[in-house]
Design a protein around this ligand. Sequence first.
Ligand code: PSU
Ligand code: MN
Length: 307
Amino acid sequence: MNKYNQFLSFKPEVKEALEQGLPVVALESTIISHGMPYPENVKMAKKVEDIIRSEGAVPATIAMMNGQIKIGLSDDDLETLAKASDVVKVSRRDIASVLARKVIGATTVASTMICAEMAGIQFFVTGGIGGVHKGYEETLDVSADLEELANTNVCVICAGAKAILDLPRTMEYLETKGVSVVGYQTDILPAFYTRESDITLRHSVSNAEELASMVHAKNLLELKGGLLVVNPIPKSDSLDASYINEIIDRAVAQSKEEGILGKDVTPYLLKKIVEETKGKSLEANLALVYNNARVGALIAKAYNDLT
Ligand code: PSU
Ligand code: MN
């Protein structure tokens, strides 16, 4: 299909959709392997794909196996990613090593964007992105997701970034890098478990068609980089802000005490928060991913209708 072919292995459903010019939505796999516990993770992965199909688009969950970048996974692949304990969390810097060593890799937002672009997929649905971590002055912990949004032309649909991150600094970073952050039916940056943060957005759309025409303009102008759509968690599934933020602050403090560093920080915090909320955060996480899947499929379809 293209020059990356040697490393890309397409699921037939995805290959046909791309060849026929049908709307395709990419999905990441770190959320499966490192973002949620088993078996909720595999249930989530399948349901997200079903939602995308039922909205008239084709899902392509991305991961690395046997030296190949898989664009679209079988049920067995999803089960492996959900269960295996030795899955590598793959960001940009890990891609070449994981492919060369032929080990199993789960892709983050950053690496899923890279692979989606290689595969010719423009839209990508996830839960939340990585960003500037709290206390970054000490650690320099800034997710590679932000740099990827600056450079790679994929539209990412998420529910904002959760308060494990420093949201104002995350937004400053995106502003510096020229990334449009667009509220889907909101003027306020959603904070993952909650519908609102303290941050007002510069751009918002009221429907998928408006968003699709933004992506269209950006593509015609060949403006480099991604576009971040932030879609608030449904009201009925959102958590109380003071309740969840207190738990998050404790988890962050504990991660510092335990000296958690590098790529282990985000999975550590996600796990701690699920434990501390006795699964309530997981329920919210599932609900927002499903909501993003629906909106992502609508946007991919609207873009297709436009081009
Ligand atoms: N935020 C979530 N859930 C997740 C992640 C982030 O609410 O599962 C995952 C995504 O794969 C994201 C990655 O790309 O964590 C960011 O990790 P890091 O902070 O190490 O870049
Ligand atoms: Mn980091």
